[in-house]
Each structure stands twice: as structure tokens, then as C-alpha cells.
Design a binder for this molecule. Structure first.
Ligand code: ATP
Ligand code: MG
Length: 335
């Protein structure tokens, strides 16, 4: 039997998903769901690494993230959606991994370093936050995933997962799979500010569920090439975040080439270019909005998808943990 390879990927439910999530990971999930045995994890425990003071928000955010995935084309009949906190085996595996993962290796992780800086956590880094690469390694390996579609910012985290797997397999027994990362069409989508990556905590996001009015308003305030002030100034599209969005979301490659040419020659101004982007984004988002509405009107259906998905996935986690305990010789009363 030619068994399908497995995908595990996911999002932290800290709010609704945005365009960055789509190009970084979601589009690959949708594209690959029939080819792979796919699992999408809603990482609610990991959301607590930065939102521990607002656990009451999780219940709604878990549903929002589920609906965003479904609205983008995740088919619950082929892809399994999982709620992380309902799989206690992940927590158990996290603890085992934490016994042989050094604090120094976590402190050295470039993603952790960058997030400490951007989120201004220096001097107040929680144990759980520093350890999130360990729990993410447990998320991935408990399901024996081969492939993890992620944005570029997550590459060092996947690298650390690979190190953890190698160490576990060397120390105990060859039980775990070393997964590969797969980066999306745009590895790091800039936010509307044009500087940092699109990120909720930086307030520079366009949500997949934004209305067409919100899109128009956010796009009109976007930063563009600072060298192009007047319409007739020659622009530098390769340095312009608005152009980056055209390339990522405008389906008409002919129009993108024309926009580029007219920007460079000084024929096209930023106001018109942004109007075209808002139109292209609305065209891209319309089917997503429509599909989302169907799920918004059927909350019970969303609950069922999550409960059933988690139940199915847990069987794999339970079986992996049996192998893990046996490899670690902590199954004293078995066999
Ligand atoms: P935010 O920074 O908005 O709070 P997040 O980084 O906490 O979001 P995650 O749940 O960690 O969100 O990300 C889910 C997936 O989306 C990850 O694979 C991540 O790499 C990817 N991703 C998030 N933001 C971007 C972006 N701006 N460009 C590309 N990929 C992104
Ligand atoms: Mg993140």
C-alpha cells in the first residue's frame, strides 16, 4: 500500500488570520490536502505563551481560526482539524523533550531571539515562551508528520524540531520522524506599515475576513516607495510593499506587469495603484468571505468538525506516546 505522507501545520488562535498567514502557510495547506494526510492544529496552548493573561479569549479565537481555515478551502472531509489542548499526549511529550533540550539552544534560536525583541519581552521571558520550540516539536512529532508548511519566520523552530528528533532517536530508539519545512509563495509578507512582517501584535494586518470598506481604507493608508512622491516620479516597484501585495494577490499577471512598467516610467501614481490593489484583494477575498459566512451561520457544525477531528487525531498521539514510553523504558507494567 502506498501510504500518503503526512502534513502537520497550524496557527496560534490569538485572533483572526490575515494575509500573511495565507501566503506563508495556508495556501500550501489547501493545495496539498488531497496529496497528503493532513492535520491542522489550532495551537491554543501555544497562544498562551503570549496571551496567558487573557485565556477567556481562546474559546472564540479557536473558532475564528477554524473558520478562517475552512473559508480558505480546507476541506474537513479530508483534512483533520485539531484543538491542541484536547491532546494531553502533546503536553506529556513536551515534558520528555524538555529533559534533553538545553536552555542555551532555546536562547540561541533566531526566531525566539527576534520575537523577544519585537514583542519587547526582554527581562520578562516566561518559561513557556522560551520553551515553545519544544512544545512545537511535540505537536509535529506526536503526529509523525513528514512535512510542515510554515512561513519563513518558523524555519529555525522546525530546525530545532529536527534536532530534538535526532537526539531522541539517538538516545532511546528510532521512533520519531524528522520533518521537513515547506515555505509558502511569500515566506514573509510585510505588514501594511511596509517594514515588519504582517503580524497582529504589530497592528499592520489585513484580515482574511476584513470587509471591502476595511480593505479600501487599510490599502489607502499603506506605505509605498518613499522615493515616489508625485505621480510623475519614477517608482521602484521592487521596493514597494503595495507592489509586493499585487504580486502576491493580483491574479492578473498581465496587469501586474503593466503596473510595474507604468510605475517605473512615472505614468501611474500610487493612489491609482492602491485602488487597483484594493479591487484585486476584494476579488481574492470575496469567495473566502462567502464561504466564511456559511460557517459563521453554522457554529454547531464548526464545533463538530473540531471535536471529531481532535478525536481522530488523538488516536495517533496515544499510539505515538506508547512507542515513546516504551523506547524510554518507562512502561514498567507492560508486556
Ligand atoms: P501574528 O504575528 O500575526 O500574531 P503569529 O506569528 O502568531 O501571527 P502563527 O500562528 O505563529 O501566527 O503563524 C501561523 C503560520 O503563519 C506560521 O507558519 C507563520 O510562519 C505564518 N505567518 C505568520 N505571519 C506571516 C507573514 N507575515 N508572512 C508569512 N507567513 C506568516
Ligand atoms: Mg508566530
Amino acid at each position: 500500500m502506498n501510504k500518503k505522507k503526512r502534513i502537520l501545520t497550524g496557527d496560534r488562535p490569538t485572533g483572526k488570520l490575515h494575509l500573511g498567514h495565507f501566503v506563508g502557510s495556508l495556501s500550501n495547506r489547501v493545495k496539498l490536502q488531497n496529496e497528503y494526510d493532513e492535520y491542522v492544529l489550532i495551537a491554543d496552548v501555544q497562544a498562551l505563551t503570549t496571551n496567558f493573561n487573557h485565556p477567556e479569549k481562546l474559546s472564540n479565537d479557536v473558532r475564528q481560526v477554524a473558520m478562517d481555515n475552512l473559508a480558505c478551502g480546507i476541506n474537513p472531509d479530508v483534512t483533520t482539524i485539531i484543538v491542541q489542548s484536547m491532546i494531553p499526549e502533546i503536553t506529556e511529550l513536551t515534558i520528555y523533550f524538555s529533559m534533553f533540550t538545553s536552555v542555551a539552544s532555546l536562547e540561541r534560536n533566531p526566531t525566539i531571539k527576534q520575537e523577544i525583541k519585537v514583542l519587547n519581552l526582554k527581562g520578562n521571558v516566561m518559561y513557556g515562551f522560551l520553551g515553545y520550540p519544544v512544545s512545537q516539536a511535540a505537536d509535529i512529532t506526536v503526529f509523525k508528520a513528514d512535512l510542515v508548511p510554515v512561513g519563513e519566520d518558523q524555519l529555525p523552530i522546525i530546525e530545532q524540531t529536527r534536532e530534538i528528533v535526532r537526539k531522541f532517536n539517538r538516545l532511546y530508539d528510532k521512533v520519531l520522524i524528522e520533518p521537513k519545512a515547506m515555505v509558502g509563495t511569500v515566506g514573509r509578507l510585510l505588514g501594511t506599515c511596509g517594514q515588519n512582517k504582517m503580524s497582529k501584535s504589530l497592528g499592520n494586518v489585513i484580515y482574511l475576513s476584513d470587509s471591502s470598506e476595511e480593505i479600501t481604507s487599510k490599502v489607502s493608508k499603506m506605505f509605498t516607495d518613499p522615493m515616489k512622491i508625485k505621480l510623475t516620479d519614477k517608482g521602484h516597484p521592487d521596493k514597494c510593499p503595495v507592489h509586493m501585495y499585487h504580486k502576491a494577490f493580483n491574479k492578473d499577471t498581465g496587469i501586474i506587469a503593466e503596473i510595474k512598467k507604468d510605475c517605473v516610467s512615472g505614468k501611474l501614481g500610487c493612489v491609482e495603484c492602491k485602488k487597483r490593489l484594493a479591487a484585486a484583494l476584494n476579488e481574492f477575498l470575496n469567495p473566502i468571505r462567502e464561504k466564511r459566512r456559511i460557517y459563521e451561520e453554522a457554529p454547531q457544525k464548526v464545533n463538530e468538525i473540531l471535536i471529531e477531528g481532535t478525536k481522530k487525531a488523538r488516536k495517533i498521539a496515544v499510539s505515538t506516546l506508547e512507542e515513546v514510553r516504551s523506547a524510554m523504558k518507562i512502561n514498567y507494567f507492560k508486556g
